[in-house]
Design a protein around this ligand. Structure first.
Ligand SMILES: [Zn+2]
Ligand SMILES: [Zn+2]
Length: 119
């Protein structure tokens, strides 16, 4: 039932389904073809890009809201794209330093306090 079959793979200049990322701090837009084609990271392309961008520039691109960990007792803190590494950071920091760490999910005001275990 497809009388509208226009072989999807032979027009190379016409890729409008490649996701793009914008960074207003850099004033640039990238498409994620490199992440998709070279790194083969599939639907984690945006995440991979965001992590790489931060590694090299110190900030996340637009549209990426990280999990934030913030120590209440010292200047330590970091940002993560998912809960698991953020929580792990908070728990290990609390464990090693006996500091209380605030763990803040994206799009959420309420923050969780990760307390050092056993006192
Ligand atoms: Zn940037
Ligand atoms: Zn600390």
């Amino acid at each position: 039932m497809s009388d509208h079959d226009e072989s999807p793979r032979d027009t190379d200049g016409d890729i409008d389904d490649t996701p793009t990322v914008t960074c207003s701090r850099c004033g640039r837009t990238w498409d994620l073809a490199y992440e998709l084609d070279e790194l083969q990271v599939g639907n984690q392309a945006l995440e991979q890009f965001a992590l790489d961008h931060r590694r090299h520039t110190g900030h996340f691109p637009d549209g990426v809201t990280p999990w934030v960990t913030e120590c209440r007792a010292c200047p330590a803190g970091d940002r993560f794209l998912s809960e698991r590494p953020a929580r792990r950071w908070a728990e290990t920091h609390a464990r090693h330093t006996s500091h209380t760490v605030a763990l803040r999910p994206p799009f959420d005001e309420r923050e969780e306090r990760v307390e050092p275990a056993g006192e």
